[in-house]
Each structure stands twice: as C-alpha cells, then as structure tokens.
Write a protein that binds this ligand. Structure first.
Ligand code: BGC
Length: 601
C-alpha cells in the first residue's frame, strides 16, 4: 500500500491552480487512495469527536480520525488564547499526519460571527444585524476576515453560514438567521460562502464552510419540542412551503460551491431531518447536485428512533457522511464497523461518504504533501487587528435600524456639555456580543476584547463633553441628553426560547427614570430579535435597534452622532406586544414595524 507521500508522487496531484474546480474533479485521485484504505481507516474519516472528549490525543492516530471539532465550550486545556488554540489544533494535526496515510484532519468550529470562541478575535454582528445591512459586499468582507482569523489558529472548517429562515422570533436561534425572508437569506448566505471559501478552497486563507441547519430549522411549530418550545422541534409545512421558505439558502450556497452542509436537529412533519433520505439524498445530493459532504449536528443522530446501531444505520443510509459524535467515538466506530461487516450499511455507501470527504480534502490542498496543514502563524499579526475591527465597525453601523426619531432627536451633537449613558448593557461587552461568544451561551461582562457602547460614546464626543454613566438611569444631573442601552442578556439555541418577549422591568425602569429627569432620551436596544418595546417607545425620543453588534461599539456611536447616516432596514417584522401569536402569518400576529422599516437622517 502507498503512503500518502508515495501516493502523491505516483499519481501527481492535479495542479492546485484549478480555481474552484468542481469537487468531483478530484475523484480519480480519491479512487486511488480509497482503494488502498483499510476499513478502520475509512470509518475514522467518518467520525468527528469533540476534542474535549478525547480519551487521549493519540486517539486521533489510534482511530484514524478524519476530523475533530471544538463545540461552543471546548477550549484548549492550556487556556483560551491565540497561542494555546494554535498549539492545540496544530498538535492534533501533527498526530493525524503521523498516520500511515498522513491524511490531515478537518478541524471544525462555530465561527458564526468572527472566530468567536477565541479571546481577542474580531467579533462581528450576529447574522440578524448583517441581515439589516442588506449588504452582500460587506457580508463577504466580514467573512473573509473571519476565514483569516480562523486560519490563524490552524482550524480549517467553520460551521457557518447559518441560512435559517426563522418564522417565529420566540426561537432562541433567531439571531443566527439573516432574515425571516428567504430572499435576503439566499443572497447573504451566498456572500458568506464566497467570503469564507474565497474564490477557491485551495486558497490557504479559505476555510471550508458548513451551511446549516438543513432544512426548516426556523420553521418549527410552537410547543412541539420538549423540553424547549421551538428549538429542535417539528416543522409542519407542506413540501411547497418547505421549498419556498427554507430551501433557497441551500440552492444559492450549493451553487456557490459550499463544501459541507449540516442537517438539522429538527423534524419535517414528524421525521427527523438527520434520518431523512428524501431530504438529504433526494433533494440535496440528487436534485441540487451537492457534491460535498453532510456532517450531522452535535449528537443529533442519537435522537433518531431505536438503539445506536439503528440510529447510525438509518442516518448513514439516508445520506449522512460524517457524524459529529461528540463523545462516544469508540462506540460509534465499533458500531459502524458492525454495520459495514453485516451489510446493514452497504460498503458502497461508506465509499460514497469517503469519496465526498476526501474530494473536499483534495480541493482544500490538504492532500498535497508539499503543503503544510499546520497554521500559518504569521496570521497572528492581523488577528483581532485594528484593520479587522474597522470592518466589523462598518458592519455594526450599517446594521443599526432607527425605529423612531421624534423631532430629530438623532443625530446627537458631539459637543454637548454633558451626556448621560445608562442601562445594564451600556458598558457590557458580553451583552453586546450575545451567545456564541467565548462561551456557547455567551456571558455578560467582559469575556473578550472590544469597545462597549459607553466607551464608544466617550471616544466619540468632544474633549470638553462630560460623559457620566449609571446602570439604572439615576444621576442624570444637568445632562440634556441621556442614552439608555438595554435589552436581552446572552443565550444560545433552545436556552433562548422564550414565550414572553417583554423587556425586563429594570430596562423599562431605566428609561422611565431618564425620562423623568427631563433629558432627551435615546433608547438603544441590544437583542437577538425584535422584543416588545411599547413600554419604552412612548417615553424615548428615539429608539434604535442595534441587535447583537459584537465587539465594536464604535459602530453604534457612529450612528448616534451622525458620523454615519443610518441605512439599516428591518430584516424581521417587529411585532406588537398585543400579538396572540408570534409565528409569522398566523392569525393574531400584529405588526408594530413592517419588514424593511428603518429611518435615516
Ligand atoms: C449546534 C450547531 C453547532 C454544533 C457544534 C450544535 O449544538 O446546533 O449549530 O454547529 O452544536 O458546536
């Protein structure tokens, strides 16, 4: 049998200059390597443990693992920092290329708004904010920076972009979606793929994308998911609706060359997507001619009916190519081996999965022995740099939506004598970044580097302007202008499912206190979705939806002080608190601000 190096010399790899070559153009090379692989080597390629559950780092070698991930809380044991991340991923990569076939691993991570697990990375607005920009060029630029920061740590695969089309804002993942409208999602999702994968996967700065969560994750019906309310639930719509609302984001991203797709935890009319042959093989692979591979969601196949063997059989036979396990990798590999040996999963299906995985690795240049799969540490210089943050700031200011601006309360004068900034989120970078920031669930406080809205206001005003601050709106003093920064605290996934979207009482009280001081009041709402704002709408002179802007608070100040004329438009309808449902299109849904609303000055 050939070693990777001998193999590469023997069949002389196609010139890597073949820009954006179709993935199946690598199949001759794949066939040759596949012919020499043992069953164990093949099965290892289909397994993706979370690195934090490896019993030993050597298991990468012992089980011929083709991939690892870091889930939302899976930091290096040496701590969370750029060097520790790079050393960890490089360490696993070195082990992988120490195997007989020297096939590098794909290291996947949720870089969903910048390389958000890593302290010091540039944190971009969550997709809901990018949706409000309606700016594909900006989304592509942001994605390019994300790919560069991910590459700096040696990771080469991101579980992004999320092209969900949330239909009910009570869902805790609403902010992961660009819009409730497939027309916005399909354009911005495609732009993100172009930015992350660049013109070709073989670009050393490109990262492999994973478009998620296929399909209908944002369409689940209220109350059908236990113990959550919407997350991982059941999307009960006919096929025409599924295709019209939830499929367009896959059509455009597959066309743009997306290398991987993640089937959703959720079900379509009672059947889990992760076990659906019709959706995964029929629609994605056959109809849309998707040539990349499917990676299951985190332990998602464990939710299929039956025992583990039945779950594996069902999912792989239906078209799943790689399984995000994340912990019981030995059991997974052993069980899949039984399935292969007793024929419950045909060898042809395993070889098809391998072909899809390996053609992706070829396309990325990972199988080229002349190219190192290790991190390019010179990229550490631009990690979280001023230049990268400047682009994030552009995204922030373009994402803000001015909902109300009475008597031209905005823009504010920079040279006011005194401005008071209040609210629980005024000086809270964690609230500003939301979930999927350093921790899976995010964290209030200062989990990473960046500029809060308060700090941004301090930087934006004239040297003589006094900026005072409070959490609760007390102590306005002689300030004629008061800014309240209020809204939601961080959450992710089903933990963010909420039946009631009213602002917290303390937020309403802060605004009321500011109002009673007689100052002009500007309310800035930081939230992962529209929330019920009637209680502050009446009191505030201006209201700005700033979503979850990320690390660059300066972008908020740019809009407040008129350095940037607001252009953001709602990518979600903003409902009234009196609505009896928040599922779009259902009777009882009442609109406060229409989709597309957004003032300027
Ligand atoms: C989420 C995915 C994510 C995966 C890996 C899951 O809980 O649903 O969006 O990519 O974890 O962290």
């Amino acid at each position: 049998m050939h070693s990777r190096r001998e193999f590469l010399v023997a069949c002389s790899v196609a010139p890597i200059a073949a820009a954006a070559a179709p993935l199946n153009s690598f199949d001759d090379q794949v066939r040759r390597i596949l012919a020499g692989m043992t069953l164990d080597e093949k099965l290892g390629q289909m397994a993706q443990p979370d690195q934090e559950f490896l019993k030993s780092p050597d298991d990468v070698k012992n089980y011929f693992l083709g991939s690892l991930l870091s889930g939302g809380d899976s930091d290096p044991r040496a701590g969370n920092g750029l060097a520790a991340w790079t050393d960890m991923i490089d360490g696993y990569q070195k082990t992988a290329i120490g195997t007989r076939l020297q096939i590098p691993i794909l290291y996947g991570i949720d870089a969903v708004h910048g390389h958000n697990n890593v302290i010091g990375a540039t944190i971009f607005p969550h997709n809901i904010g990018l949706g409000a920009t309606r700016n594909a060029v900006l989304v592509e630029r942001a994605a390019r920076i994300t790919s560069e920061e991910v590459r700096a740590t040696g990771a080469n695969w991101v579980f992004a972009p999320c092209v969900t089309v949330p239909q009910d804002i009570r869902w805790g993942r609403t902010y992961e979606g660009f819009s409730e409208s497939p027309d916005v999602v399909k354009v911005l999702g495609e732009a993100a793929v172009r930015g992350l994968q660049r013109e070709s996967l073989e670009n050393p700065l490109a990262v492999l994308v994973c478009v998620k969560h296929f399909v209908g994750d944002g369409g689940t019906a209220w109350g059908l998911s236990k113990p959550k309310m919407l997350d991982q639930g059941d999307t009960r719509v006919d096929e025409a609706t599924l295709r019209r609302v939830h499929l367009p984001g896959y059509e455009t991203t597959v066309k743009a060359g997306a290398g991987t797709i993640m089937p959703s935890y959720s079900s379509w009319n009672g059947e889990k997507v992760s076990g659906s042959e019709k959706l995964m093989t029929g629609i994605l692979k056959n109809e849309l001619a998707f040539q990349g591979f499917l990676i299951s969601d985190y332990a998602a196949i464990d939710q299929l009916p039956g025992n583990y063997k039945q779950q594996i059989t069902r999912s792989i036979n239906a078209g799943m190519d790689m399984v995000m396990i994340p912990g019981k990798y030995i059991e997974f590999i052993t069980t899949l081996k039984q399935c292969a040996q007793d024929g419950s999963v045909p060898m042809a299906r395993i070889d098809d999965a391998l072909t899809r995985i390996l053609r992706t690795k070829f396309a990325m240049g990972l199988m080229d022995a002349k190219r190192s799969p290790l991190a390019d540490r010179s990229l550490h210089n631009s990690f979280g740099s001023e230049g990268h943050r400047a682009v994030a700031r552009e995204c922030v200011r373009a994402s803000l939506v001015v909902l109300k601006n009475e008597n031209q309360a905005l823009p504010l004068a920079k040279n006011a004598a005194h401005i008071h900034v209040a609210g629980k989120s005024a000086d809270d970078l964690g609230n500003q970044c939301g979930g999927w920031t350093i921790r899976w669930q995010g964290a209030s406080g200062r989990p990473t580097d960046g500029t809060t809205v308060l700090e941004a206001v301090q930087r934006a005003v004239a040297p003589k302007t006094r900026v005072s601050s409070s959490i609760d709106g007390a102590g306005v003093g002689d300030a004629k202008v008061a800014i309240a920064v209020i809204g939601e605290k961080p959450y992710a996934e089903g933990m963010g499912d909420r039946a009631d979207l009213h602002l917290a009482p303390e937020d309403v009280a802060t605004v009321a206190r500011l109002k009673s001081s007689g100052a002009k009041v500007i309310a800035v709402i930081l939230s992962g979705r529209p929330v019920f704002i009637e209680d502050v709408l009446a009191q505030a002179d201006a209201v700005v939806a700033a979503w979850l802007p990320g690390s660059e608070g300066d972008g908020v100040a740019d809009v407040l002080f008129g350095k940037y004329r607001p252009t953001g438009k709602l990518s979600f309808t903003w409902p009234k608190a009196s609505s009896t449902t928040l599922h779009r299109g259902d009777t009882g849904y009442e609109t406060l601000f229409e989709f597309g609303w957004g003032l300027s000055y």
